[in-house]
Design a protein around this ligand. Sequence first.
Ligand code: ADP
Length: 168
Amino acid sequence: MKIAVYPGSFDPITLGHLDIIKRGSEMFDKLVVVVSVNTAKSPLFSPDERVKMIREATADLPNVEIDCFEGLIIDYCRQNNIKILLRGLRAITDFEYELQISQTNRAFSHNEVDTVFLTTSLEYAYLSSSTVREFASFHGDISRCVTPYVAQKVYEKYGYEQQSVKGE
Ligand code: ADP
């Protein structure tokens, strides 16, 4: 059985992430989306909240599982006997970082864990969780970037209702 892990912060999950998850789920028998817990960062959403939003967004994908992990993703892979990481690539700027991290993961896992890349669908190429957060913090309309459920959760975090979004 081919199992892959798609790790990330997902703070929050965007339609760009979801596109990678859907396409990845068609390539592997099982895809585990792993929310990486990084205590050094101060995320907008708690790991549990991020897991809940991903679960809601992927409810129609039966071979997608969600998990949460604090530590090195190669340790997660070793513990669960998984050898493939899935990552998304948006731009050249992503490539440099992703190349370095994929080579590090391969070397540090004694060549056990390889990374597979999917390039972004063009309509999501500009999307990132950080722009979603920034836009929403100024009451911007994020309905083209995230699912309706996620949009509602983001607006709630910033203490306002969907109705007060600009341009609606
Ligand atoms: P990280 O904090 O590890 O960068 P992210 O949650 O930002 O995690 O992203 C997880 C993965 O999804 C990364 O491989 C990233 O390049 C990819 N990704 C993020 N946004 C998009 C997008 N709009 N289209 C395709 N891939 C994306």
